[in-house]
Design a protein around this ligand. Sequence first.
Ligand code: MG
Length: 388
Amino acid sequence: MRITDVVFHTVAVPFRTEEVWAFGRRSHLETVVIEMLTDEGIVGLGEAAGYPSIGVVEQAIVTSTPLVVGENPLAIERISKKLSILGAWHHMKASNPGIGAIEMACWDIVGKVCGQPLVTLFGGPVREQVEYFYYLSQGEPGAMAEDAKAGLGRGFGTFYIKVGSPDMSIDLARVASVRSALGDGPRIRVDANEAWSTAGALGALGRLAEYDIELAEQPVLGTNLSEMAYLRRRLPMPLLANESSWTRPMQLEVIKAGAADVVSVDNQMDGGLANLKRGADLCEVAGLPVLKHSLGELGIAMYAGAHVIASSANFLFASQSYASFLADDVIDGCDALPYVDGKLSLPTSPGIGITLDRDKLERYKEAHRRSVPSSPVGRDFSPIWPRC
Ligand SMILES: [Mg+2]
């Protein structure tokens, strides 16, 4: 079997409500869907988050396509090495989402050839459903509380709040309001996206601790592992690495520095599903549980990642999703993905186990052509962070 072409479709799928965070806002998800064509008629599906931008991702796919045409899609290790070395893709954070989509499509083809769902190829299921968090968009505390109740009503058990506001009282009011709405029991995770100094993080998280925080995500710069290690020993809740752990080499450095209690791993940022599994395994050996980070994904990437998560015992925390935002999808059989009690069940068909809804694909390709770019980093970005 040989790869004959890689076709991509850039889509813009609407959110129910705007995603608002410290660095900007977006009203829809821009992402790139790929179809890998083969000489035997089997088509593999993949998806790349629009990071760092749609244009960069499209160019990574365009530039990678001549390197994979003529290759056997079942030879995934060879293809991944070729793309990461011969493709001159040493700018990993920029190129990996595109490379990861190509690798994802190869796995879809392997599953279809074998007649097995992806989870079987990654070792078989250790869990039948995969749990995700509910992302609360930044806003007025009362509105965030209402959103939290909506998520609770849908059965989600973990709620994610962006913190690191210039005024700490804003963070406190938001977290207090959400905790009051949720009551005891549901988990609240906070993410400062590197906003604080070490002293600032100690002060802020010390005050937030009364609201029973599950994890404190990337409170300080991800490049400063010694400060993360210092913080980890002093925080009243576990420290979650994210910006510091995009790739396996970075995860290894986090482990060596003792810089986190829990580690985010991400196939998009690390160039493939096999690397997602390897990252989870690497952290497991170090005694650190993981969760899957998301840059925003539709059903293709969500289910592809879910197969890998379901195959690894080390995913012990709810992974990231855009369940609270996405109003629709481009896969057959559903609008927004069918979360039940905050969990997705794995598709059972071969490969990723989904097919494209062609009408929606065309509709959202047209929406992308008509839309203004919806970057997660917006015009209201402020370079002034609450360091102290
Ligand atoms: Mg984060």
